[in-house]
Design a protein around this ligand. Structure first.
Ligand SMILES: NC(=O)CCC(=O)C(=O)O
Length: 280
């Protein structure tokens, strides 16, 4: 019989300018989460580097040889967990990406997600951010199979705003969507929880986010509030802005119950509308 319940840990890491220290801290929290029974652990967006276009080139690594990949692979293996490695600035073929790697309990690389939707916004007097000044977008959807438990879809931060991507993951059998992310002090209070609850209710899936902890002295001040939301749209675990680990119990029987009670999957009208996946 396959497992239908497991513990998810979301590490809201205090990320600083010292990469080695970021990796060490992440390793310690991963170990703590595994000891507390987490089967799947997630780090935040840009967990090895401060988040900002001025930092990406300096902190970027190649996935095959980088110290962050090595640290994540070892942490997954030593703690026998599935690990969504937040994201890091990646250098590949002369370009930079915002990239999430996923590791299995044997330390093997299970999936690579390069942020598909770059965070380019301009809210006058509040925040202007242009990831595309230095980063290139990824061009693939990314999911991974967590043993025989469930399939998990991966997006990075701004990706959560694109409902079609979540719909495609759900249609492809993902029951949990994970978004390492770093919303800010303008869009965070307005949209962070709302978007997670929307993606969860629309698709009847669990949705989880992991943010860096807030640092008022950073050039980009993160909102924090790493959370998990159930397919009912309820926030089942969350935190404030400080460094912490959020634990959530994922219950796939509950998810199936909701899907059978409100069977929207079978009630769609493809004769009237359709979301089409054009790439893998
Ligand atoms: N790092 C990001 O993609 C930030 C996204 C964000 O803050 C938003 O409002 O969307």
């Amino acid at each position: 019989m396959s497992i239908t319940k497991f513990k998810l840990a979301l590490i809201q890491l205090a990320v600083g300018t010292n990469k080695a220290e970021n990796l060490l801290r992440a390793g310690r929290f991963i170990q703590e989460a595994a000891k507390k029974g987490a089967h799947l652990v997630t780090l935040p967006e840009c967990f090895n580097s401060p988040y900002g276009t001025g930092y990406f080139a300096e902190y970027a690594e190649q996935l095959e040889t980088g110290e962050s990949s090595l640290a994540l692979s070892s942490a997954a293996k030593e703690n026998k967990i599935y690990l969504v490695g937040g994201s890091i600035p990646e250098k590949k073929d002369g370009k930079l990406y915002n990239t999430c790697t996923v590791w299995g309990p044997d330390g093997g690389l299970l999936a690579v997600h390069r942020k598909v939707h770059l965070f380019d916004i301009d809210i006058p007097g509040k925040i202007k951010f242009q990831e595309s000044e230095t980063l290139s977008p990824g061009n693939e959807f990314t999911s991974f199979q967590m043993g025989d438990i469930c399939k998990v879809g991966v997006g990075i931060c701004y990706d959560i705003r694109f409902a079609e991507m979540a719909q495609i993951y759900a249609r492809n059998d993902c029951r949990l969507l994970i978004y390492p992310g770093a919303f800010n002090m303008t869009t965070g209070p307005a949209h962070w929880e709302l978007l997670q609850r929307c993606r969860a209710v629309d698709n009847q899936v669990y949705v989880a986010t992991a943010s860096p902890a807030r640092s008022e002295s950073s050039s980009y001040v993160a909102w924090g509030h790493s959370s998990a939301v159930s397919p009912w749209g309820e926030v089942i675990a969350s935190t404030d802005e400080k460094e912490s680990v959020v634990y959530a119990d994922i219950d796939l029987d509950f998810l199936e119950q909701i899907r059978s009670q409100i069977p929207i999957t079978h009630q769609r009208r493809p004769d009237m509308y359709e979301v089409v996946q054009k790439k893998n």
